[in-house]
Design a protein around this ligand. Structure first.
Ligand code: ARG
Length: 259
């Protein structure tokens, strides 16, 4: 008897859900306001994105995209995919957009769209204090250099020391490279300035130097959008302008970087 009742209840619930989803749907199959955008990220890049103790992506980028979405009345789900799957996801459509400290480059623009820049960054060199002094990436010739694979750190090293430079070691995450440098398996790490700084603080690395290569140019982070999704790109750009104007951007900035 009890079983029958619960079966009937289940059936009702099912019908109710079906009806609920169908009700009020427009041609695109979505009701206004319930549109959900999947934002890919690689949550291994503090303070821009890392995993919270409860397994949610958190950080500057996460707060920023949520503020932007709120200002445009869009629902977002920020999903940790990892770097390569995120980039691939922008092409195959498994993510609608991505925020991950992604540098806007001409090459990437061929396969994805970018919003206006939201952050200025630079590649820096992390070396041990007791290592021979270096001031540029070119000075690292002959040394083992760790980078996150597929990032501008890798591209810069290849640019200065040649594609296929034998001392170049690619890692899935910046943390892996730093770990290897700590253990003496590589000599240097090239990665984004704020992230290198954050990791050195988190890991309390006090016997290291962070060096700025004067010849390395500035980079601009943008939010990447699947190519052709002009509607979403416009909304994100509008939202970015809105949060810059209403003080929300500054609030998030000082939360992660101070005044
Ligand atoms: N800014 C660099 C790039 O675009 C590195 C970004 C890495 N981001 C990350 N979440 N792991 O290539």
């Amino acid at each position: 008897m009890k079983r029958k009742v619960s079966l009937v209840l289940l059936a009702c619930l099912f019908i109710f859900m079906l009806a609920g989803c169908g009700g009020g749907a427009n041609e695109t199959g979505k009701t206004a306001g319930e549109e959900k955008i999947v934002i890919g990220t690689d949550a291994s890049f503090p303070p821009f994105e890392s995993m919270s103790p409860t397994g949610e992506p958190e950080g500057f980028d996460v707060d920023l995209i949520k503020a932007i979405a709120e200002s445009q009345n869009i629902n977002v789900e920020v999903k940790h995919t990892g770097w390569d799957p995120m980039m691939a996801g922008l092409e195959d459509g498994s993510v609608d957009a991505a925020i991950a400290g992604i540098t806007i480059t001409d090459d990437r623009k061929k396969t994805m769209e970018f919003t206006a820049p939201y952050f200025t960054a630079k590649q820096v060199i992390l070396v041990k204090k007791d290592a021979p002094a270096v001031s540029t990436i070119a000075d690292l010739k002959g040394k083992k250099i760790g980078v996150q694979s597929g990032t501008t750190g890798q591209f810069l090293v290849e640019d200065k020391l040649g594609k296929g430079y034998s001392g170049l070691k690619g890692y899935e995450e910046v943390a892996g490279a730093i770990e290897d440098m700590k253990n003496g398996r590589i000599d240097a790490v090239v990665a984004d300035n704020a992230v290198v700084k954050k990791f050195t603080e988190q890991l309390k690395l006090d016997n290291v130097n962070i060096i700025e290569d004067k010849a390395a140019g500035q980079e601009q982070y943008g939010i990447a959008v699947k190519k052709g999704n002009k509607e979403l790109l416009d909304k994100l750009n509008k939202g970015l302008t809105a949060v810059k104007e209403n003080g929300k951007y500054d609030e998030i900035y000082s939360k992660y970087f101070g005044k």
